[in-house]
Design a protein around this ligand. Structure first.
Ligand SMILES: O=C(O)[C@H](CS(=O)(=O)O)OP(=O)(O)O
Ligand code: MG
Length: 230
């Protein structure tokens, strides 16, 4: 398996298989949403689209990064989300990097959204797919966010079949600028436990695949043994 690692601005073609990585925090948060019972996560193009979807479907739960805002039910924090019961809910998520990265590759035949908490399940889906090339979208810092790059490289190595010590990758993520900002409380809508929750390797047994459904980009859980959506 050939792996290429690209930032969102570097995406110039439509990949066959894309793994969109956002460790801090979009795809750690999405995984927690599924763990708390969410049925699906709609990746919104804009805050206005998220608010319009909420107006049409008042029972849907809207989530954005940054500070709490009118019309939004949740913030992009695993620590603040993990005690929320989302059973059967649709969550609409809009963030600065993670959701933008998935929408940038929405025409790929397989789009997986990943972070450390779903790393091995993501690896299993990639191995089952046996693609010749996988494009890792490193969403943070125009492709240079160390937490996303470390996670992407770890998943790529494992998908290639390598036996890898995860600790150096987790240490890189722990030393990232994002981790520092979250630890220092610089980012609004965060909690002190966010960083440690983002570094819980393989916390969940499922992967997450996004595909277009009725013109919306919808993220769903996929089990490694099953087939991801076509
Ligand atoms: O919520 C986050 O941590 C970030 C927002 S920013 O990097 O602070 O602007 O969003 P994400 O898309 O989850 O990286
Ligand atoms: Mg991020």
């Amino acid at each position: 398996m050939k792996a290429r690692f690209l930032g969102i601005p570097e995406l110039t073609d439509v990949p066959d298989v894309a793994v969109v990585v956002d460790v801090m925090r979009a795809y750690t948060v999405a995984a927690w949403a599924f763990a708390r019972g969410a049925e699906r996560v709609v990746l919104a193009e804009s805050l206005d689209e998220a608010l319009a979807l909420k107006a049409r479907h008042p029972e849907w739960m809207t989530l954005k990064d940054g500070p709490p805002a009118p019309g939004f039910d949740l913030v992009n924090s695993p620590a603040l989300l993990r005690n929320t019961d989302l059973s059967g809910r649709t969550v609409v998520q809009k963030t600065t990097a993670g959701t933008v990265g998935a929408l940038a590759v929405k025409d790929a035949s397989l789009v997986l959204c990943a972070s450390f908490v779903v790393a091995e399940a993501t690896v299993a889906v990639l191995r089952a797919r046996a693609s010749r090339e996988v494009t890792f979208v490193v969403t943070g810092g125009s492709g240079r966010a160390e937490e996303d790059l470390a996670c992407a490289e770890y998943i790529a190595g494992r998908a290639h079949g390598d036996i890898i010590d995860a600790d150096p990758y987790l240490r890189r993520a722990a030393a990232s600028r994002s981790a520092a900002e979250l630890t220092q409380g610089v980012r609004a809508g965060s909690a002190p436990e966010d960083v440690s929750l983002c570094l819980e390797l393989d916390r969940f047994p499922f992967a997450m695949a996004a595909s277009v459904e009725d013109s919306l980009m919808v993220l769903r859980q996929v089990t490694p043994a099953g087939s991801p959506p076509a």
